[in-house]
Design a protein around this ligand. Structure first.
Ligand code: PMV
Length: 348
């Protein structure tokens, strides 16, 4: 990951920096990440395991702007503002700190940047836009500032932007190793066992969710009597999920993924005040998954994240039947179908 070979306005050596564009895909967890043990460093309470999708990528360009006195940019064509902009600025501060440490300069001597980011998936609706967003921003910012990172370092850095983003650095099935410090908490790609999964995303409600995952997680950790049980459960789920993946046992993968997602939501429902992302349509979608599986011979399983949308895990050959059933039950909604997707990459 190298930049275009310029110095900044102050003549500081920024190790070959300039502009860089990167692409990353969303990922959906089969064993969820829910709860941090260190909020400042974004260290998770447990590991997690996910599938990187092959659809709806984020494309992000970072261009150093020596004339700017603060980072700025656009998200889906609109000027970034408020919380979104603060989060991007904090992340770029971290990239500048790392760059400065690597080239023996000070972060203040490095220019600010312009960020242009486009998500092909609705932002902030529990559809993993922050995962693809911060994975793409990590590679684009590292490229822009000329910060050299291997995949594990890129993953650990992406984690600081949004926890789940560390998994989108890698393609296919991915495990986030919780680690015990900033460097050791990163994702790794799981070996390919030949298991082919498809994920159908029913976009029941593309709007921005009322409570973001960061706040909802914190409330669950602080107030839910079920959080300790959740934290205890996850390592076993990861071990069982890895065994099921290694054995290419789709049924075991699906059953575990569905149960894990429901238990994550149970932990949130136990928070005070409760965190509930489900809508009546979410419940209808969960019912449809059961009907497909039990009455129509289409083996599929549901998972949900921090939003009302339902994602359905199935074998690739069954994806058209799942898609058709959701389009029939929910006329007019977007239904996206994905297989395994690639890891994040620099495109120019
Ligand atoms: O996107 P983050 O890092 O705030 O975490 C979201 C967590 C879930 O999507 C609910 C679960 C997961 O593991 O992706």
């Amino acid at each position: 990951m190298t930049g275009t070979g310029t110095t900044d306005a102050n003549g500081a050596d920024v190790n070959g920096a300039g502009a860089c564009t990167a692409v990353a895909h969303p990922n959906i967890a089969l064993v969820k990440y829910w709860g941090k043990r260190d909020a400042a460093r974004q260290l998770p309470a447990t590991g997690s395991l996910s599938l990187t999708l092959g659809i709806a990528p984020t494309t992000t360009t970072v261009e150093l702007d020596p004339a700017a006195d603060a980072d700025y940019g656009t998200l889906n064509g609109a000027e970034m503002a408020g919380k979104d902009l603060d989060r991007v600025r904090r992340f770029l501060d971290l990239v500048r700190e790392r760059t400065a440490a690597a080239c023996g300069t000070t972060a203040d001597g490095l220019p600010k940047a312009r960020v242009t980011s486009v998500n092909e998936i609705p932002t902030g609706a529990g559809l993993a836009s922050s995962a693809s967003g911060f994975a793409a921003l990590t590679l684009a910012a590292a490229g822009g500032y000329g910060l050299e990172l291997d995949d594990a370092q890129a993953s650990a850095l992406a984690r600081r932007g949004s926890g789940s983003a560390c998994r989108s650095i890698f393609g296919g099935l991915v495990e986030w190793l919780p680690g015990d410090d900033d460097a050791s908490s990163h994702a790794v790609a799981l070996p390919d066992s030949g298991l082919e999964l498809a994920l159908v995303v029913a976009v029941l409600s593309p709007g921005r969710k009322k409570i973001d995952s960061r706040a909802a997680m914190a409330r669950t950790v602080e107030t839910s009597p079920y959080f300790p049980a959740w934290k205890e459960l996850v390592p076993g789920d990861i071990a069982r999920m890895k065994e099921a993946i290694a054995a290419a046992d789709f049924t075991a993968v699906g059953e575990l993924a569905e149960a894990n997602a429901m238990r994550m939501h149970a932990s949130m429902l136990g928070a005070f005040p409760p965190v509930r992302y489900w809508t009546p349509d979410s419940v209808r979608a969960l019912d449809l998954v059961v009907t497909l599986r039990e009455e129509r011979g289409v083996e599929c399983y549901a998972t949900m994240d921090a939003g009302p949308n339902v994602k359905i895990l199935c074998r690739p050959a069954d994806a058209p039947a799942v898609e058709a059933a959701f389009r029939e039950e929910f006329p007019g909604i977007d239904v996206l179908v994905s297989g395994h997707g690639p890891g994040a990459r620099v495109v120019r």
